[in-house]
Design a protein around this ligand. Structure first.
Ligand code: GTP
Ligand code: MG
Length: 471
């Protein structure tokens, strides 16, 4: 009896669970994690990727699509019964309907299975017939990944670090005010705890809106059904010499519960199963916000890479059992805000950020790459003459007014150091340039049969992420 028979028998013996379990034993599965901080473009990326894998006319750089190795692709029920399904149909309808609009914000993990029928290679090809390969795409918030750093910290260390970091930020004024009104060695009181937690959560939201990435605990921003529970009702407290009050002890207990009951289950149930990972970053948004936001992005990329470093954390090593993510792509999204003449510059900035993140995280492990992409192209290019100068613009429908406009975002520097150095040295604003950003609505599409929605380099991203497994 071979392994195949064994798997078959096992699948049969679990009866009703049937097909999905059998698939896992018999047919290869690629688990692709898609993450990024809120509004990075995860939902649009997955929707367009799936649409373009189902109809592969615009995917020439995905070799298995171009050379016909992929014979068909279709959606199948996902194997994980308790994870919400990624709502592909609704998101696609939003993007490609008569009045196209961006999909709603999503708040939790979701998953989708796409299966490929692939032409068999090798001598046995004609005998064995087409192979099936499954692609499980898992969408999860980047905020949850950044929580990994909390596992190494005690409540005391975490509080000290957070309070030091937010000291110069005016967005933390209200939280500091709330802290000032509380005696840190006070007895425990639920109302005080709740007031502090709410003020801290409000600060985290403000920091996120200002473009800061260091906004952990991540579930404070995306609480879902845990809203109001003790694991999400704590805040950092200043150190007190010698004496600890019951308030601080309860805060500490809740911080430990957060690590145990929120952070660890996410890594065990979702993160540990991922083979390939794409991290979407809104680099243009950060550049628009200024050097501090770029510096913060730089630090966040190092933290994210750190989560993927083998042996980074005892708990992770224990759940991963030597399994590791094989490829990680950092992709700057929304590149359709730039004329293609500037794409290479954006890619160079992403590459420099990645190099820097790898140095910081002392990273060795998965193969990494940086790219600039647009999952859904919302603009067309246009060159206009202004004051006797040619300006490379993009034209699209403005989200705010619904009017068509050509837009010049400013010129990214050829040398990425012009962006990275001011970011590193804590500059307040760019000295020699100003980068604008404009929000466009998705364009109304007329797709030919066999074509997915228009994109920029989504095929190249797919080739890096899964191309080798489809051959
Ligand atoms: N022009 C352009 N805009 C994009 C693209 N992808 C995303 N966007 C913009 O970014 C916004 C956020 O995209 P989503 O895909 O919803 O981002 P998300 O990461 O899923 O966001 P959350 O679910 O809130 O975490 C969209 O509403 C668009 O305004 C793109 O390829 N081109
Ligand atoms: Mg989303």
């Amino acid at each position: 009896m071979g392994i195949g028979d064994l798997a078959e028998g096992l699948a049969r013996s679990v009866g009703g669970i049937g097909d999905a379990v059998g698939d896992v034993f018999r047919e290869p599965v690629i688990r692709l994690g898609v993450t990024g901080l809120s509004r990075a473009g995860k939902t649009v990326f997955i929707t367009s990727l799936v649409a373009n894998l189902l109809d592969r006319g615009r995917m020439p750089q995905l070799i298995a699509a171009r050379d016909g190795t992929i014979q068909t692709a279709y959606l199948r029920p996902q194997p994980d019964n308790t994870v919400p399904r990624f709502d592909y149909e609704t998101h696609l309808a939003a993007l490609t309907g008569d009045v196209p609009h961006w999909p709603d914000s999503t708040r939790a993990v979701s998953q989708l299975r796409l299966s490929f029928k692939v032409r068999p290679g090798g001598l046995l090809g004609p005998v064995t017939g087409p192979r099936r390969i499954h692609l499980d795409i898992v969408d999860y918030p980047g905020e949850w990944l950044l929580d990994l750093g909390l596992l190494d910290k005690s409540y005391r260390q975490w509080s000290d670090e957070v309070l030091a970091r937010i000291a110069p930020r005016t967005s933390a004024d209200a939280f500091r005010g709330a802290l000032g009104a509380v005696d840190p060695v006070a007895a425990f009181d639920e109302t005080t705890t709740k007031t502090l937690a709410e003020a801290f959560t409000a600060y985290l939201h403000a920091a996120r809106a200002e473009g800061y990435y260091d906004c952990t605990p991540g579930r404070f921003l995306l609480p879902g059904e845990m809203a109001g529970s003790p694991v999400l009702t704590f805040a950092p407290l200043p150190a007190t010499e010698g004496k600890t009050g019951a308030l601080a002890r309860e805060m500490e207990r809740r911080f430990e519960a957060y690590k145990r009951e929120v952070v660890k289950p996410f890594f065990r149930n979702h993160f540990a199963k991922i083979d390939r990972q794409v991290v979407l970053v809104d680099a243009l948004g950060a550049i628009h916000s200024g050097p501090r936001a770029v510096d913060d992005l730089r630090a966040a990329m190092a933290d994210i890479l750190g989560a993927f470093r083998p042996g980074r954390n005892a708990f992770l090593s224990q759940i991963l059992l030597g399994k590791r993510v094989e490829k990680i792509l950092f992709a700057a999204t929304k590149a359709d805000h730039l004329h293609h003449a500037q794409h290479a510059r954006l890619t160079a900035i992403m590459e420099a950020l990645l190099r820097d993140a790898k140095d910081r995280a002392d990273y060795a492990g998965a193969q990494t790459a940086a790219m600039s992409i647009a999952a859904l192209r919302a603009t067309v290019e246009e060159t206009i003459t202004h004051d006797g100068r040619d300006l490379d613009c993009v034209r699209g429908t403005l989200l705010e007014t619904g009017k068509q406009a050509a837009f010049y975002p400013g010129e990214l520097p050829e040398d990425p150091a012009r962006i990275l150095s001011p970011a590193r040295s804590g500059g307040q604003k760019w000295l020699d340039a100003d980068y604008q950003i404009m929000r466009f609505a998705p364009a109304r599409l007329t797709l030919k049969p066999g074509e997915g929605p228009p994109h920029i380099r989504l095929d190249k991203a797919a080739e890096f992420l899964i191309g080798d497994r489809l051959r």
